[in-house]
Design a protein around this ligand. Structure first.
Ligand code: NAD
Length: 465
């Protein structure tokens, strides 16, 4: 068991109060953390506010160098980090290793960006005048993160915030404190000045709420549930602070008759069962045109039965998954495969069919390895079903028909479209975010687009005759 303290102004403080258990072995306590109250959160924001000016005054490449050194440190200890991530979140060793590598690459990407030009030089109608723009840091950026990518999401929010000259206060998910501890340790050991990065552990309703309400927080980036995100949106908008929300999803796949049923089943299985279905980009509803339904369903059942998955993250999440399967059964659905919990928190990959389009199992986010397969009569009906959702994060189509693929790319109401590729998994250099209730639908994360949220543009006129 590891004690993980808060990091405030360079000091490690706070008594151990909250325990996190290993989801694969619930008797094992993995870590204990403070349950921070509002005063700890305010101390962290004060430390950030004090440190930010000197940090922003450093040349950008000096800030980037710290991110690059932190990447090297994480690389040197990546097997330990992956093991801890796996113990607290439940990911398989391969998934945990992949996620740690992603965090390392994110630090490298944004560390290197520090050498790129920022701002523009523009012509003026006035003689002897040059106009240029500067990207200014917002000041203190608050980050609130979920458990399902416990090191990658903190990394892809922290890295653009820090390299742009902001100070950061992060409130990580209660279930996964160790991964953020590894990330923040690497940044501190790489030379990040005290107070530039502060970590406060605790519950969302106390520590997270206090962070969002602190008027010195200029921007809040949140990833988590739609319910919590919409509440935060109200708090931040009332004081006209910047807010970026990445929230829930009910991602859909459309399989057309011309697709290869085996290839489509592999794509959908990867989309639905990777990371135990606990990815915001996971597919949880599939629409098939009539000619491929039978062959696809049989192939998907085989893929599901052969899929290696870690445990569900918590007893509460397992209860949500099982209750969705119970609702499906009560509504007369067929459980094609899975639907049972052979041991502990290990739910089998579950494929359902025979549900009505109006079923809550088809409409509401479950966030587990449960996928519903429904029939549609045509591409047009399939597209309409895909778009008939309050969410809009990702959607996919399996087809060899370029016309259908392009039409889908243009008309799917989502932030990310995948053609013949799993809805899960994005490269780190592409803009990421959704529409509707999946996102604040303003600023994108990842890639160079991420810098927009953590900076604002100042226009400077320079007369020089
Ligand atoms: P959650 O909303 O319960 O918690 C997310 C974070 O918010 C945690 O750190 C939590 O402590 C904090 N929080 C909770 N209540 C709060 C409050 N009142 N004020 C301030 N902070 C509060 O979500 P979760 O269960 O950790 O994660 C699962 C959810 O996250 C799913 O809905 C999933 O779709 C979503 N998610 C979305 C994306 C995306 O990019 N769109 C990525 C990953 C997860």
């Amino acid at each position: 068991m590891t004690t993980v303290q808060n990091l405030i102004g360079g000091e490690r403080v706070g008594d151990p109060e909250l325990a996190r258990h290993n989801p694969a072995n619930p008797g094992e306590i993995v870590a204990v953390t403070p349950a921070s109250d509002a005063s700890a959160v305010h101390a962290a924001v004060s430390a950030a506010e004090q440190a930010q000016g000197a940090w922003a005054a450093l040349p950008a490449p000096a800030r980037g160098a710290i991110l690059l050194d932190a990447a090297d440190l994480l690389r040197s200890r990546h097997s330990q980090v992956a093991e801890d991530l796996s113990r607290e979140e439940g990911k398989t060793p391969a998934e945990a290793t992949g996620e740690v590598r992603r965090a390392i690459d994110v630090l490298r990407f944004f560390g290197s960006l520090a050498w790129q030009a920022s701002g523009e030089v523009l012509p003026s109608a006035m003689p002897g005048t040059t106009i240029f723009t500067r990207r200014e840091p917002v000041g203190v950026a608050a980050l609130i993160t979920p458990w399902n990518f416990p090191i990658a999401i903190p990394a892809w929010k922290m890295a653009p915030a820090l390299v742009s000259g902001n100070a950061v206060v992060i409130k990580p998910a209660e279930l996964t404190p160790l991964s953020v501890a590894h990330l923040s340790n690497a940044l501190v050991e790489a030379g990040l000045p005290a107070g530039v990065l502060n970590v406060v552990h605790g519950t969302g309703s106390v520590a997270g709420d206090a962070l969002a309400r602190d008027p010195r927080v200029a921007a809040l980036s949140f990833t988590g549930s739609t319910r919590v995100g919409l509440g935060l949106h109200t708090i931040l908008s009332e004081r006209r602070a910047r807010v970026q929300l990445e929230m829930g999803g009910k991602n859909a796949y459309l399989i057309l008759d011309d697709a290869d049923p085996l290839a489509a089943a592999k794509v959908v299985a990867a989309s639905a069962f990777s990371l135990t279905g606990q990815a915001c980009t996971a597919t949880s509803r599939v629409y098939c045109t009539p000619g491929i339904m039978e062959a696809f369903l049989a192939a998907l059942a085989k893929e599901a039965e052969a899929f290696t998955m870690g445990p569900v993250v918590s007893e509460q999440q397992l209860a949500v998954d099982v209750s969705a399967i119970d609702v499906a059964r009560a509504e007369g659905a067929t459980v094609v495969t899975g639907g049972d919990v052979p041991s502990g928190q290990f739910l089998r990959p579950t494929v359902l069919t025979g549900l009505a389009h109006t079923s809550p199992v088809v409409r509401d986010e479950i966030f587990g390895p449960v996928v519903a397969v429904l029939g549609v009569d045509s591409y047009e009906e399939g597209l309409a079903r895909v778009n008939d959702s309050r969410y809009g994060l990702t959607a996919g189509i399996c087809t060899r028909d370029l016309t259908a693929a392009h039409h889908f790319a243009a008309h799917a109401q989502v932030g990310v479209v995948k053609v013949n590729r799993p809805t899960t998994g994005l490269d780190l250099n592409v803009p990421f975010g959704g529409v509707k209730d999946s996102s604040s639908n303003t600023f994108r994360e990842q890639g160079t687009a991420a810098l927009d949220f953590y900076t604002w543009s100042k226009t400077v006129y320079l007369g020089h005759e």
